[in-house]
Design a protein around this ligand. Structure first.
Ligand SMILES: [Zn+2]
Length: 278
């Protein structure tokens, strides 16, 4: 078999090319996430003004603002004042790029790709704001609740057997709200019995994500987030980096667990079927 140009358009090649393009777009959205991470906790507009160096306030020209590449070319220093640029910038861009291409490889360009790309972008912002400021901006949690409710009309994964006689659109809407109540309710209960071990920001975030995930995946997400939080908590205690009373932000664990559920829900539910349901 000789090489013909049609080989280039085989399905696998198209998927690879599209995954790379999605990755590059992900880097750009990661750049936008960086703007949000810096400006949302300061209550600054995320649109204006254009990017400037936080140290010397100089405007950053477009060629110094290319995701990841500019950071490497500038060796992590501002061109005008030579102050170090935080490693957070390229890391956030790379994480967003990788998440977007992973979503593409699972969902291709279906409705779920766009839905979960939006959710992932919000989760990247939430993770880094929570790590730095120990808060989860309400705009983002409420935004997730509103978006999750609106998109529930198109989300076939949301379905409640118990109200099978409801018209599908209404069924999905109710399923979305049940997800909200399960996510918010469980963390609210934990906050109540642990007397402040869980913040209001975490409760609102889990409620917002519940509108996308529905109650089953929300339970799975919370279980995984406690697992992650427990493991990291023990490691931080044993390594002496944190003391027993030191607060550890929980938002990043919720975010990581949600990503795991979004990317591996099929494998996770067959695992649950196999070991927990007899
Ligand atoms: Zn500077």
């Amino acid at each position: 078999m000789g090489f013909t140009p049609t080989h280039l358009f085989q399905k696998e090649n198209v998927i690879i090319v599209e995954a790379v393009i999605v990755f590059l777009f992900g880097l750009l959205f990661g750049s936008f996430a960086n703007v949000c991470i810096y400006r949302l906790p300061r209550n600054e507009s995320i649109v204006f003004p254009a990017s400037h160096c936080p140290a010397c306030n100089n405007l950053i020209p477009w060629y110094d603002n290319i995701p990841v590449l500019s950071f490497m070319l500038l060796r992590g220093k501002c061109r005008s004042c030579k102050q170090s640029i935080s490693w957070r910038y390229p890391v956030v861009e790379l994480i967003t790029g990788i998440l977007f291409s992973a979503l593409y490889l699972k969902y291709y360009f279906t409705f779920y790709f766009w839905l979960y790309a939006l959710v992932s972008l919000a989760l990247v912002v939430i993770t880094f704001v929570d790590l730095q400021e120990q808060i989860i901006p309400d705009e983002l949690s409420y935004g997730l609740m509103v978006a999750g409710t609106v998109f529930s009309f198109f989300n076939n994964d949301l379905y409640l057997q118990i109200i099978f006689y409801f018209p599908p659109v209404l069924n999905r809407l109710v399923a979305s709200y049940v997800g909200l109540l399960v996510g918010g309710g469980i963390l609210y209960f934990i906050a109540w019995i642990s007397r402040g071990g869980m913040g209001g920001g975490d409760i609102k975030l889990a409620a917002g994500l519940g509108t996308f995930l529905g109650w089953e995946n929300t339970l799975m997400m919370l279980g995984i987030s406690f697992l992650f939080g427990g493991v990291v908590g023990v490691v931080l205690l044993l390594s002496g980096k944190k003391k027993r009373k030191d607060p550890i932000p929980f938002g990043p664990f919720i975010a990581a667990a949600t990503i795991v559920v979004i990317l591996f829900n099929d494998q996770l539910s067959s695992l649950v079927m196999k070991y927990f349901i007899f």
